[in-house]
Design a protein around this ligand. Structure first.
Ligand code: ADP
Ligand code: MG
Length: 693
């Protein structure tokens, strides 16, 4: 249960004075539903009103605070004209401009002959000084009522800066005095304030430099959040492991049949990864293992063999993939082996509906399905396995940390195997996964030829198209990827469409187009046509990044390669070189080519080792960006920025371990304070795993 000290902070926003239902809705949209969300919503800017010039000396365009006398009111002659008020100080005159003004209100605010303090942006219009809609108009004696430095919070349409700032201020006043949950010596060494004071400082910036993640106040708050995150992950993990799994020993029968049906032999790295997985499954502890391996390194087959082991023991297995397309592909590649092994395979995605879906669910609950492949639809509440032994999550960085623990099973908790093609540097793994055990499949399956990588300026597009024509005439199949930048999805989509038209004309060939905005069925159709060779060239936005298996494709062109991250480029390149043909990857760059982009392209030309590329990526971009925010589970942070606070993250990780070693149930005085910290950051779930103190 949440400690009483936190009750005020978990009150709803409407409990603040001055916040009605309409304002509450808007604030909820930008911050969240409770006061604590406002408190954690740190300013993103600051308006400095401390510039207080005489009018004659006021720099146009700057926010200024001036003291003036009201000279004259000039209402607009017609409604569309602005209402003007003339003011002056001893040096110059200025015109205040109000659109759609209420005369009564202005007469009261700016009485003739009185002195007022105004704050707003001063502009020079022809020879006149103007201030349109001053932000503040106050009497001299009320000057303390407006801040010379005004924090700016993220806003949304309909929500303006002042009510938002006022709400945050109101929430801050409700922050109780907290017990110190950090080690006092550490806080002292870092010269940090206590939590409440740090919050005050972080919400009271005077200059842009006060907004930096490196200020002591922001560091303290980030560390609080990171420690809560690391403690929670360790507790959840300890619980998952502590909870007895089951011993899955398997008979080896199905595995033998599947292996006999493989058209290849497993590589040594595949065999050792499988051995590690089998050992975990065979032990009483619950498995929590990350299987890392480059795109195409052969993870899926390893996962299949692990799933068969569960099936041998009469249990079920699930394989989750992030997209419909990947699910279909997994299904297609598993089917022959499932048939060879004689097991029942089924599929569940958002597309399965109605009676078909009902049947699948019923069979699943009755244990008549051995392996279920699906998208996040598998997480739906009505999906219940009879007895799930193993859950495999493919490219899981697209799922949340909590989601993947939520699979419903009537049986004991399932073992969990997470597969990722993006090697994850340690610091990132810490925030997203806590400490999972890791198996790696290094290298690629034998027989794969390396992909020749060429980096080329877009100015040479004509050359490229000429070469492409020759290759396509000989029957080659090629991808042409256009970048999709989230902010301007529409524009980029148009660019991809345009490119498809251009290539169709230039090559006189059937050119396919595939993008994220297409309906799943259309996308599948485009993919199928490409697989079947009906279209030899497929123009794509990055939807193909996630995983498409067309071994006949040997050419990958990436346009605007300078806009892609290394991991993405590597994934894209991994789409070719899957068959027996010699493959190439052409990275087209457009001006301007920055230093980092240049370094990325160089790395791509020099290596195709995913682990080397991941390290280089981390070096070039910093940890926060290597995986998207969502992908890394980092959206869980409000005040910490794992990129900017990477050093603190590492410290928090070690700190959390030490804390739990010494005080596993958080019963000491500091332990009790840490419980408050966990609740404060909404890690209630983790506290539930503690024995009551
Ligand atoms: P990943 O899931 O790691 O991206 P996949 O399991 O999809 O890789 O394997 C990619 C391709 O390589 C598949 O067509 C698969 O059949 C093939 N493959 C897997 N293991 C081997 C192996 N040991 N030798 C040859 N080909 C393999
Ligand atoms: Mg795969």
């Amino acid at each position: 249960m949440r400690p009483a000290i936190l009750f005020p902070l978990f009150a709803e926003i409407r409990t603040l004075s001055g916040v009605g239902p309409k304002l509450e809705k808007l604030i909820q949209k930008v911050a969240g539903p409770r006061l604590v969300d406002l408190v954690f919503d740190l300013p993103v800017g600051v308006v400095d009103r401390s510039y207080q010039p005489k009018l004659a000396a006021a720099e146009p365009g700057r926010i200024a605070t001036v003291t003036v006398t009201v000279l004259e009111h000039r209402p607009g002659r017609v409604k569309s004209q602005p209402y003007k008020v003339m003011v002056s100080d001893e040096t110059a005159m200025m015109e205040l401009v109000f659109f759609r003004a209420h005369a009564d209100y202005l007469a009261k605010q700016l009485p003739l002959g009185e002195t007022r303090v105004l704050s707003g942006r001063i502009e020079r219009f022809k020879d006149r000084l103007q201030m349109t809609h001053p932000d503040y108009v106050v009497a001299l004696e009320d000057i303390a009522s407006f801040p010379l430095h005004e924090p700016i919070y993220p806003l949304t349409e309909g929500l303006t800066a002042r009510p938002m700032a006022k709400a945050v201020r109101g929430a801050l006043e409700k922050v109780p005095e907290m017990p110190e949950w950090q080690d006092p010596a550490f806080v002292k060494q870092r010269k940090w304030d206590v939590f409440g004071a740090a919050l005050e400082t972080a919400h009271g910036p005077a200059h842009d430099s006060d907004l930096a993640p490196t200020t002591p106040a922001r560091q303290r708050l980030a560390y609080d959040e990171l420690l809560a995150n690391q403690l929670a992950l360790l507790l959840i993990r300890a619980n998952l492991r502590g909870g007895k799994g089951r011993v899955i020993s398997g008979t080896g029968k199905l595995k033998a049949r599947a292996i006999a049906a493989l058209p290849f032999t497993l590589t040594d790295p595949q065999l050792s990864a499988l051995a590690e997985i089998e050992q975990d499954m065979g032990s009483e502890k619950r498995m929590l293992r990350l299987l890392q391996g480059d795109v195409g390194s052969g993870k899926t087959i390893v996962a299949l063999l692990a799933m068969l082991k569960a099936v041998e023991d009469g249990l079920q297995a699930a394989l989750m993939a992030p997209t419909e397309l990947l699910v279909r592909q997994h299904l297609a590649s598993l089917e022959p082996y499932a048939a060879a092994a004689g097991i029942r395979l089924a599929c569940l995605t958002g597309r399965e509906k109605g009676a078909g879906r009902e049947t699948t669910l019923a069979k699943l609950a009755a244990g008549e399905i051995d392996i279920l492949v699906g998208t996040h639809a598998l997480f739906s509440e009505d999906v219940t396995f009879k007895d799930l032994g193993l859950a495999v999550v493919d490219e899981q960085h697209r799922f949340g940390v909590h989601q993947r623990m939520q699979l419903q099973s009537k049986g004991k908790p399932a073992d969990v195997l997470v597969m990722t093609a993006t090697p994850i540097p340690r610091t990132l793994a810490l925030t997203a996964y806590g400490d999972m055990d890791v198996s790696k499949i290094t290298g690629r399956p034998p027989g794969r030829k390396p992909v020749e990588t060429r980096v080329m300026g877009a100015a040479r597009m004509d050359d490229l198209i000429a070469h492409l024509r020759i290759a396509l005439d000989r029957g080659a199949r090629a991808y042409w990827v256009c970048p999709l930048v989230e902010e301007s999805e529409k524009i980029d989509l148009a660019a991809a469409q345009e490119r498809a038209v251009m290539l169709r004309q230039a090559l006189g060939l059937n050119v396919g187009l595939i993008h994220g905005k297409m309906k799943a069925a259309e996308r599948d159709a485009a993919m199928t046509a490409f697989k079947a060779g009906e279209t030899q060239l497929l123009v794509a936005t990055t939807v193909i990044e996630v995983g498409v298996d067309v071994p006949e494709a040997t050419i990958m062109v990436v346009e605007h390669a300078e806009r892609f991250g290394l991991a993405q480029l590597h994934q894209l390149r991994g789409r070719v070189g899957r068959g027996s043909g010699k493959s190439s990857c052409i990275l087209l760059w457009h001006e301007p080519l920055g230093v980092t982009a240049k370094a990325r392209l160089k790395t791509m030309r020099e290596t195709d080792d995913g682990f080397v590329i991941a390290e280089e990526d981390l070096r070039l971009r910093g940890p926060g960006e290597v995986l998207g925010k969502r992908q890394s589970g980092m959206e869980e942070f409000r005040m910490a920025d794992p990129a900017a606070h990477a050093d603190l993250l590492a410290v928090a990780h070690d700190d959390a371990r030490l804390i739990l070693t010494r005080d596993p149930d958080l019963k000491s005085p500091r332990g009790n304070a840490l419980r408050v910290l966990l609740y404060l950051f909404g890690r209630d779930e983790a506290v539930r795993y503690l024995r009551t103190g």
